[in-house]
Design a protein around this ligand. Structure first.
Ligand SMILES: [Fe+2]
Ligand SMILES: [Fe+2]
Length: 137
């Protein structure tokens, strides 16, 4: 079992992931132009990473005694590609901080497997931010 604080933070992370993969799916669908094709392909590829993060979190919430609750942010994404990248770099960096905090909480509650997966997901998000920084130029 886990504390209510940890369950709430896992559910917040789940909603951030669902919001992210919906946004990346739309951005991957909407970007046009040969110069931005690598950015479009990056968003399409990252949808699967974020879905995987969301699936892990939803399953873990249940196994720790909670109930996943979805309330994603459905704000339409920007149309300008550089603005997309700038916004998403900031969001990915927020996720790195969030997963680092979740890893600390998990360790404090003796949930070693959760701690390690939160660190893995922090590293995934750091990798996404780094790739986006490179594409931004
Ligand atoms: Fe993610
Ligand atoms: Fe990410």
């Amino acid at each position: 079992m886990a504390s209510q604080e940890l369950l709430n933070k896992l559910n917040d992370a789940l909603n951030r992931e669902v919001s992210t993969f919906l946004r990346y799916m739309l951005q991957g669908a909407s970007i046009k132009g040969a110069e931005w094709e690598p950015v479009r392909q990056m968003y399409l590829a990252e949808v699967a990473d974020e879905v995987g993060h969301a699936q892990y979190l939803a399953s873990k919430i249940v196994m720790l005694g909670g109930t996943p609750s979805l309330n994603p942010d459905l704000t339409p994404p920007p149309t300008d590609v550089k603005t997309m990248l700038q916004n998403d770099i900031a969001e990915e960096q927020t996720d790195v901080a969030g997963y680092t905090k979740l890893a600390e909480l998990a360790e404090a509650e003796g949930l070693v497997d959760l701690k390690m997966t939160m660190e893995d997901q922090a590293a995934d998000e750091a990798g996404h931010a780094e790739l986006m920084l490179r594409l931004l130029g």
